[in-house]
Design a protein around this ligand. Structure first.
Ligand SMILES: [Zn+2]
Ligand SMILES: [Zn+2]
Length: 174
């Protein structure tokens, strides 16, 4: 893979995401950044959506402060950002090759999730994102979430998907 395209486009349609999953507004017409999140199981995309900043904030309002703090701590303490960002500058696509936290190769991860931040005109915004995180690390992070946060995340998934997967990363806590 020599471009981010496979991570950007919908696995279902093969085209770019056009609308926010929550408010249903056209992404290019909202003056804000948005996230493209995908979950994979054994190499197959099991869940995917784009969500605008406003909806992401609304959704995470239901998450407890303790949970948000726990995830922030995990991301700050478990990821050697200096090393990662140096590598990402030289090899942008290496972001999608290994887990950002434990560095395991994507091919060895049964489950993983990807998250990409887009700017308001639809270009990738490079920072801590785009990133890929493996199922093991998602689980480690999820263990630190309160039950109420897990419940509200589950409600969000059930509202938008017929068959939400058991293991799913939280949107946009970075
Ligand atoms: Zn929205
Ligand atoms: Zn990992």
């Amino acid at each position: 893979m020599s471009t981010f395209e496979p991570w950007l486009n919908s696995a279902e349609t093969g085209e770019a995401f056009t609308h926010c999953i929550h408010c249903k507004l056209p992404l290019l017409e909202i003056d804000s950044t948005w996230l493209i999140n995908k979950d994979f199981h054994k190499g197959e995309c099991t869940l995917e959506y784009a969500i605008c900043d406003g909806c992401r904030e609304l959704t995470s309002e239901d998450f407890s402060e303790d949970s948000k703090k726990a995830v922030r701590n995990f991301l700050e303490n478990e990821i050697p950002w200096d090393e990662r960002l140096q590598r990402f500058v030289l090899h942008p696509l290496s972001r999608m090759e290994n887990c950002v936290a434990c560095n395991c190769p994507r091919e060895l991860a049964e489950d993983y999730a990807t998250s990409i931040l887009m700017d308001s005109v639809g270009e990738i915004h490079f920072g801590p994102l785009p990133l890929l995180i493996c199922g093991g690390c998602i689980e480690l992070m999820s263990e630190r979430l309160s039950q109420s946060t897990r419940d509200s995340w589950r409600r969000f998934l059930e509202e938008h998907f017929d068959y939400p997967p058991q293991l799913s990363s939280l949107p946009g806590l970075l």
